[in-house]
Each structure stands twice: as C-alpha cells, then as structure tokens.
Design a protein around this ligand. Sequence first.
Ligand SMILES: [Zn+2]
Ligand SMILES: [Zn+2]
Length: 265
Amino acid sequence: MPRTSQRKPRTPVTRPLPPWAERWDELKPDPFRTAREVLPGLYQVRTRGSRAYLVVDGPEITLIDTGNPGSGARILTALRELGRSPEEISHILITHYHLDHVGGLPELQAFIPARTGVHLAEAPHVASDDPLPNPFQHPLLAKICEPWLSRNDPGAARVDVHLNDGDELPGLGGMRVVHAPGHTAGSISIYFPERGALLVGDAMQYKFGRLMLPSRLFTQDMEEATQSVRKLAALDFETLCFSHFRPILTGADQQVREFARGLAG
Ligand SMILES: [Zn+2]
Ligand SMILES: [Zn+2]
C-alpha cells in the first residue's frame, strides 16, 4: 500500500514516439546518447543523482539501480535509444537502499512488471511503508537533511527476490551477486566473470584517478567497507564500474589490489 504522506510515484511518459523521433534515436551521435556502452551489452545511464546500468543480452534486459525519484523516464529513453522497449526489462537489481539508487524503483514498477531483486538485509527498507532510513552518519547533518529526505522519499516498492552472496543470475555469461557490506549492511556488487567486469555501486569511489573507500558521510561501517574492498580485490576483472564515477576500462583488478594493500587495519 503506498504511503499516504508521501508524493505519488511519477509515471514515465508512455506515448509512442513519432517516426522521425525513433529515427533520431537510432542515428544520434554518441555525445547525445543517454546510454554509454561500457562493454558490449553493458550500458551506463546517467540518472538523477547517480548512474544506472542496463545489461542487454538477447531478449532479456536487466536494469541495475534506478537513480533518484524522477529517473524512470530517462532510463526508458536510454532503452529506446538502444532500440529496445520497457517490457523487455525482465529484472531490476538494486545495489543498496540509498535514495539515489532505489528512488526511481516505484515509478518504474508502476510501468513495467520486472522482477526486482534486493539483498535480504535491505529488502525490508525498500518494501516498507516507512521512509527510507536517513543515510547521513553525522547526527546534525541527518537532522538538517531530514525534511528534504522525507519530501523526496519514493514510497514503498515491490521486492520479488531476496539476493544473497554467490547468487547467480543470467546475462552476459552470468552475473554473480557479491555481498560487499559496509556502505550499507546489504550493499552488493555485481560480478560478470565471463566479461571480466565488476560493478561496485557505492562500495568504492574513484576520484581524480584514485580509488577511495566509500564516503564517510554516508557509510554505516567503515571497517566493514574496508573488508569488502579486500574481498572484491580477490576477484579477476578488467573493467570496474561505479555508481557515481567514470569506469576504469582496463587493468582495474590490479588497481583495486594495490589500493587494498595500502588500506590500514
Ligand atoms: Zn550509497
Ligand atoms: Zn550513491
């Protein structure tokens, strides 16, 4: 049941495009595209507040994360640019419950029937009628931001599957769920062993060409986040994707190993 005190989820535009617009979607050059190809079949979409990913492999499409509330239309525009339609999204995976990752979920669910997977530690927050937990770790910042957060709370979303460490999902030769707690208790990374790619959500930052731990401002347990970086450093991958930064396209696992070796504790 939706929360009565919250804004109603926005429904993305469903009108069919005129033929000239479809043609433009197909032909528009890269700088005008909403979706950026990271590697064949894996696309990054700039949403409100973060980046979502589309895994496009054969008839089924998986969406990873949904941006802040109001991001649904942008994700569907990206799909249209790829010549695909919203009904083809079979699964939605959420890396963690923060507003900038789960905010677009209810509005997308109102429009597409995709099965939604969330780590079992996060699922109660996503599915609850209560507002999402305040992500700010500093009590004063949490208090200051509370009114904005409650105004922008997306409302309850449907969770169909509880994900756990080691779960295997179809797409690009197989996607593996890697539980990487710390930023939140149920943060997950998505590993594509066949394609040599790892998508870490907010488990790491990549600023000015340097890997960093997740921001202290929003991270529940920095010690656990450090352990998770060590866990991710044991995987083999070439490409590393983040939710707020540009990807590292080659030699990424070596960079993560070097970063993990330098971490204290
Ligand atoms: Zn986050
Ligand atoms: Zn984030």
